[in-house]
Design a protein around this ligand. Structure first.
Ligand code: KPL
Length: 313
């Protein structure tokens, strides 16, 4: 059995997973990235492998760190014990990925979800509770920009901030993050309102950049798109205010917040447009699809979001 207090397991080797793996390693932690796949995929004698993560920073410098990788079945067959874990998969993979590593989680583990979107956290919490009532479940909401050029090779395209808070909103949670982590982060008592804010912004930018096939910056720069952005913001804010009254997000505030984020990430291709370009599944069900579900629960009409779901984006 192997267990270390400064050992972080990152599930998901996308841009955000690699960014955190790189930052944690730079901060002196042991890092293992958990990959999809089974022992039989690569032969029964497979062992965890060394891998380099190469990251270009905003200032143009490039740094390479060594991390370990392991497949889920190696993790289980090695009897590894996970104390600290980050789930950085796509929203639609989060529950399956968590289920797969569940047997390896220590009964007092800390699990931080950095997944985009909403609608999967309740099931994640239930999964963790079924393993042990003492597992701490944290949610992170990040505005860091990262672009994966090829596996384990990425650029940190925007310096953002990650808010971290307890799923059950317990105060003074211990994130156990090391002191010298270069990624900006802080604790937030009500992480759900930060999550809502980001999700609503993503509900505007992501599907519309896909429909208009444009970079984030062009969405608000092109006045032809203004009407549809405003109509979407109106509908989203009505649903949000009914489903989560404490959010108090007006359509105007949502428009401005989405515009700010789009301008700050002007050169970015949104993750949804990127997924479509790479023929990967979209996170639509965990963004606009989640809003449609809430609208139905509250008896609200949501023709625009419904249309986004029905259109084969
Ligand atoms: O989070 C994003 C995404 O693409 O998913 C934004 C904020 C829109 C930046 O691209």
């Amino acid at each position: 059995m192997t267990t270390h207090n400064n050992h972080w397991y990152i599930v998901g080797a996308g841009a955000i997973g690699c960014l955190w793996a790189h930052a944690l390693k730079k901060a002196g932690q042991d890092v293992t990235v958990v990959l999809k796949g089974h022992v039989q995929d690569s032969g029964s004698n497979t062992r965890s492998a060394q891998q380099q993560i190469s990251l270009s920073s905003i200032d143009g410098s490039n740094t390479v760190v060594d991390i370990n990788t392991v497949t889920v079945s190696e993790l289980i067959s090695h009897n590894s014990v996970i104390e600290h874990c980050i789930i950085a998969t796509k929203a639609y993979d989060a529950n399956t990925a968590l289920q797969a590593i569940l047997p390896a989680l220590s009964s007092s583990a800390m699990v931080l979800s950095l997944c985009n979107g909403m609608g999967m956290h309740k099931a994640m919490h239930k999964q963790l509770q079924s393993r042990s009532k003492n597992i701490q479940f944290l949610l992170g909401v990040t505005s860091d920009g990262a672009l994966l050029h090829q596996p384990f090779q990425l650029s940190h395209t925007g310096i953002g901030h990650t808010f971290i808070g307890d799923y059950l909103q317990q105060k003074n949670t211990n994130t156990l993050l090391p002191p010298h982590l270069y990624l900006h982060h802080s604790q937030r008592d009500n992480i759900h309102s930060a999550l809502w804010q980001k999700m609503l912004i993503n509900c505007v930018i992501n599907p519309l950049t896909l429909i208009y096939q444009c970079k984030n910056g062009e969405l608000f720069a092109n006045k032809d798109y203004s009407q549809s952005i405003k109509a979407l913001c109106d509908e989203l804010s009505l649903i949000a205010n009914k489903a989560a009254p404490t959010i108090t997000m007006t359509a105007e505030l949502l428009f401005e917040a989405a515009q700010d984020v789009a301008n700050l990430t002007a050169e970015n291709t949104s993750s949804m447009l990127k997924d479509a370009q790479l023929a990967r599944p979209l996170e639509l069900d965990y963004l606009n699809g989640y809003m449609v579900k809430l609208a139905k629960e509250h008896g609200l009409a949501c023709p625009i979001n419904q249309q986004l779901l029905d259109t084969q984006l």
